[in-house]
Design a protein around this ligand. Sequence first.
Ligand code: SF4
Length: 87
Amino acid sequence: MNERTITTKYTNGDVTVVWQPHKCIHSAICARGLPTVFRPAERPWVVIDGASTEAIVEQVKKCPSGALSYFMNDALASVQSAEEEND
Ligand code: SF4
């Protein structure tokens, strides 16, 4: 697999944070804004239970590079069930 295009997902069952390291510009905005969740010195570096879903979503939206993104698991489940109905 090409390491530059690896995507990692972290979920708390409510929201899923998607991490695309090849896009990160190391601004540290995530680590400064929500240090209980984004811990670059640790592995795994995203502690998904470190804050509320709302706080995580708000911080992910501030990522300037798009390296962090998110989706709500409910939205994915409704898309998947709609696809199953169409099968
Ligand atoms: S805010 Fe985005 S670009 Fe900045 S360090 Fe975090 S993941 Fe990388």
